[in-house]
Ligand binder design. Structure first.
Ligand code: AMP
Length: 190
């Protein structure tokens, strides 16, 4: 199985690239952000809970996020592999993911980070906000808070995977096909 974590700050291009990689390698793409937004649009209890955090650009608490992700993985027993996009975002989530995958006799093969400067990321998010309808992409203060959450809570996840020798970085600046090409070249070496 090919299980990959796509890592990077908001706006790094994880979702865009996951769409290409999922068809190229026949993987299931699981984005916790998308799963939360689906719950919000369906007005589920989980959606209501998540919305209060997402609206501010805060991370949703670990346990609800982990439970949702595990349920989503279990929905795909025949999967050839998964692309985890936007998860794990804390060290506790990374540990929970490893423990869960081990129980399913699965493991993370690689965590690949898409790197780009903050100023470019803010530009991309504001541009996306014009069409995505996402309020967290339209407000510089919310974007700044998402970056702070990343620096405080998500950055340690890099060390976690580095200590397992599973962490790789890709230059996330360029055209979408250029970046897909870099990612594919990296994946083929795994
Ligand atoms: P994204 O679509 O990945 O940018 O995520 C949008 C928002 O969903 C984030 O700002 C968080 O509020 C929430 N979220 C998504 N994934 C996670 C996660 N793994 N842990 C906690 N909150 C998350």
């Amino acid at each position: 199985m090919l299980n990959i974590v796509l890592f990077g700050k908001p706006g790094a291009g994880k979702g865009t690239q996951a769409e290409f990689l999922k068809s190229k390698y026949q993987l299931v793409h699981l984005s916790t952000g998308d799963l939360f937004r689906k719950n919000i649009s369906e007005k589920t209890q989980l959606g209501l809970l998540a919305q209060s955090y997402m609206d501010k650009g805060d991370l949703v608490p670990d346990q609800v996020t982990i439970d949702m992700l595990e349920a989503a993985v279990k929905e795909h027993p025949q999967a050839k592999g998964f692309i985890f996009d936007g998860f794990p975002r804390t060290k506790a989530q990374a540990e929970a993911l490893d423990a869960f995958l081990e129980k399913q006799i699965m493991m993370i093969k690689a965590t690949i980070a898409l790197e780009a400067d903050d100023s470019l990321l803010v530009e991309r998010l504001l541009e996306r906000g014009k069409t995505s309808g996402r309020s967290d992409d339209q407000d510089v203060q919310k974007i700044t808070n998402r970056f702070q959450e990343y620096d405080q809570k998500t950055a340690p996840v890099k060390k976690y995977y580095q200590s397992q020798k599973k962490f790789y970085s890709i230059n996330g600046i360029g055209t979408i096909p250029e970046i897909t090409q870099r990612l594919s070249a990296m994946i083929e070496t795994l």
